[in-house]
Write a protein that binds this ligand. Sequence first.
Ligand code: CP
Length: 302
Amino acid sequence: MKNFLSIQQLSGAAIEHLITRAADLKLNRKSSPQVLAGQTWALIFNKSSTRTRVSFEVGVRELGGSPMFLSGAEMQLGRGEPVKDTARVLARMVDGAIIRTFAQQDVEDFAQFSGLPTINALTDDEHPCQILADLQTMRERLGGWKGKRVCFLGDGDCNVARSWVWASARLGFELVIGAPKEFQPAGSFMSAVPGSSVRVEADAARAVAGCDVVYTDVWVSMGKETESVERIEVLRPYQINKQLMSHANPGAIVMHCLPAYRGKEITDEVMEAGADVIFDEAENRLHAQKAVIVEMMRARSE
Ligand code: CP
């Protein structure tokens, strides 16, 4: 794994290996391998972030490197300099790149033209770092994903949902997408996912029934703000609340990639009841991403 651009690119075994590595790094946080000693890694962010930015800045430091945060809007990128030119300039100066942007093609192009180890820190297509942290949390709380059923509620065609679809296809657990017809995964996307055991369900209670994990994400993703009113109206029946949770399996956990909008995709009551899991999930961003970097450096040294 020389770059980490999607869950799609990984085999099930590679995902399992990353989660095991992440657990080890979590256990031994104070003695992280110094695989980035002497290196500078650029964080190029075209969208807002709390968890991703902080976890990568801390993670790069803990692995011995120096992070350099670059707001895309303040770079010449924001004035139209092509990604392929930016990539070739940065390749002369830094050792790796972590990119949060809109188009998946931009991180693919950056990786190709820079030759640098490149990580997708969220695009419109995927949020692979988030899903690794989610899977790590599932393993901690439920012992793994084998035989488990996950329900993703809300915008079933967003980047996080798509990464869950790929994770389900690679690892073989059941995934139910609970979403209204306007926000169900695009047919063109689903037909490209081989061997997925994904069920799309428009009825929220039926979607949650028999699930071990009930997962949600913000209803208005970054870049979709003009659709805010329509989205909130259509997605309201998919709010995770106590009544909806009564349909899930006993002991089911609630997960949220955060930030959370209480009263919209989740109630304050359910959010606070599930806080231990949800904030472990946020912390696991750090450990999972360190695992990604360690594996990338190992692959590049071979
Ligand atoms: N979940 C997530 O990516 O959080 P941030 O947008 O705060 O980075």
